[in-house]
Structure formats: structure tokens, C-alpha cells
Design a protein around this ligand. Structure first.
Ligand SMILES: [Zn+2]
Length: 293
């Protein structure tokens, strides 16, 4: 059985791009936090299925809830980086991107004593116009990136990028790119499989058939992701406009059951278990588990 990748983007319900347009970053601290109980729900779900996953943590969340990141590590999972402020990469200058990434790495190191080696951009915002970001990720110590969605979408995606993980060479060195799972449609276009939104919005069999196709026909692992807020129907609904509200809040109640089925029907593990080791322990003091073995 092919081992697939399960990943979780750890952020608050007010961080998704569909919501953040209505909430300024300086208001974040005044909003009620829900990320701890939501992520605990994910940790319990993974424990029930004896699954280890890769948790791409927002630096801002690591700063506010360091003990949560330490718990993710102590329960045997992997921690990656999901930027500090959840700004879209293609909206930043290279120097702003570098600064945000370094700030996130530091916050995660301080929270759990691990230097993240895998990166996931907010809203898959590494696109053709922000491919320069990969070189900066290499310079910041990243060995893996999982920020490219090989589909056409109004906000993100590189159609035609290819569905398989591969090593990309930047002027500063190599990085392994692990695209989000897609299947090829007639005519060659990619159809999305990997996202929590598709699991929420479409019948379970859509996602299951997609993974089966990738595993059996291509013999490849599928890289899947979802967010802790996708398991929380009680969250404040801050997104406005029917498209944003549909994308963000539809199907929240069905999500725990669908994830349960997904974790029963397929085998899942961390990104590093499939594509090579990535995390280093930080020798510096501060944070849990900081000593080098
Ligand atoms: Zn995100």
C-alpha cells in the first residue's frame, strides 16, 4: 500500500486568505483564539488512527502558543513552517519574504526546539511569478517545499507544473518540491485532490477516487492537507461574500467523519517519511526539547 502524506496548516480561523481581507493583523490578538482546541482535535484523530503527520505551523501561532507546538512534537509529529504573518508570497518583495520566513523559523525554534526544514506558503502562493522564493527558502535552510498546487485557480496554482515530487535547482542550491495532490484530466489539465476544501465541499468518494488513481495508476503518494479550523463548525464566521463563505464554512460538520474515513481507507505518514529527513534539533537553550541527542 502506498504511504501518502497528510499535512495540517496550523493557523487560526481568522488567517485564511478568504477571511484575512476582513481582519487586520493588528486585530488578531484581540480575537478569541481557537487554534489550541482545534489542533488538539486533530492530534486526537491522528492518535486514534496511529498516524503521524506534518504540521506546517504559522510563526505567529508558534509565538502565541509555544506549548501547542511543543505538544505536536511530543506526540511524534513533524513540524514545518507556514510563514509568520500568512501574507501571500507573490505580494511580498524578496527581502520581505526573507524577513517573514526568518521570523517564522525563529518563533518555531523557540517554541519547540526544532528548526523546520519544510515550508508551505500561505494559500499556495508560490506561483510562476514568485518562483524566486525557492532560492530564499534554500538560503534559510529549507530542504523541502510544499507550496505549489499544479492547478488553475483564481488565486494560486501552476497549471502544468507536474504532479510528482522533484528536486528543483536554484542558484543557491537544491530543494525538493512536493506538489499538492492532483489528478490529470483528459486534455492534461490538473484537477485538485489534496485540499481540505474539496473534502468538505464534495462527496467523500471524490477525494478517495483521486487518491486511489494517484496511488494505483501512477504508483505515487498523494500529498493531502487540511486546517484545524475545518473541524470547528462553532468558529465565528468572519468571511463575507458568498464565494468566500462557501469556500471557508461549507461542510464543516461533515469533516470529522470524512477525515475518519480517509485515515481508515488509506495509509498516511509525514512528508519527511516519504521524501527524506528534514528537521534538526536546535542546540540553543529555550523551548522544549532543546538538547541535541
Ligand atoms: Zn494557511
Amino acid at each position: 500500500m502506498v504511504r501518502n502524506i497528510i499535512s495540517v496548516d496550523v493557523e487560526e480561523y481568522f488567517h485564511p486568505t478568504e477571511v484575512s481581507a476582513y481582519v487586520k493583523a493588528d486585530e488578531w490578538s484581540s480575537l478569541p483564539s481557537r487554534v489550541e482546541p482545534q489542533t488538539e482535535r486533530v492530534l486526537d484523530l491522528f492518535d486514534r488512527h496511529q498516524v503521524k503527520g506534518t504540521f506546517f505551523v504559522l510563526g505567529w501561532v508558534a509565538r502565541q502558543h509555544p506549548q501547542l507546538i511543543a505538544r505536536i512534537i511530543s506526540r511524534g509529529h513533524e513540524v514545518g513552517c507556514h510563514s509568520f504573518l500568512h501574507r501571500l508570497v507573490y505580494d511580498l518583495t524578496p527581502s520581505q519574504f526573507r524577513e517573514d520566513t526568518q521570523r517564522a523559523v525563529q518563533a518555531i525554534e523557540e517554541a519547540c526546539g526544532i528548526t523546520p526544514r519544510a515550508y508551505r506558503a500561505p494559500s499556495y502562493s508560490i506561483t510562476r511569478r514568485s518562483m524566486w522564493a525557492l532560492e530564499i527558502l534554500v538560503e534559510c535552510g529549507f530542504t523541502h517545499d510544499s507550496s505549489i498546487y499544479p492547478i488553475a485557480h483564481d488565486r494560486y496554482g501552476i497549471p502544468g507544473f507536474g504532479s510528482q515530487a522533484r528536486t528543483l535547482i536554484t542558484p543557491s542550491g537544491a530543494i525538493v518540491e512536493v506538489p499538492i495532490a492532483t489528478v490529470k484530466l483528459y486534455g492534461g489539465a490538473g484537477a485538485p485532490v489534496g485540499g481540505g476544501a474539496y473534502l468538505r465541499l464534495l462527496p467523500y468518494r471524490y477525494t478517495a477516487a483521486g487518491i486511489r488513481l494517484i496511488n494505483r495508476q501512477e504508483g505515487q503518494p498523494a500529498c493531502m492537507y487540511f486546517h484545524p479550523w475545518e473541524l470547528d463548525p462553532e468558529q465565528p464566521h468572519l468571511a463575507r461574500g458568498w464565494v468566500s463563505r462557501l469556500r471557508t464554512y461549507a461542510g464543516l460538520r461533515s469533516m470529522p467523519h470524512k477525515l475518519d474515513r480517509l485515515l481508515s481507507d488509506f495509509e498516511f505518514t509525514t512528508l519527511a517519511a516519504v521524501h527524506g529527513a528534514m528537521a534538526d534539533r536546535v542546540p540553543a537553550a529555550g523551548g522544549a526539547g532543546t538538547s541535541r541527542p
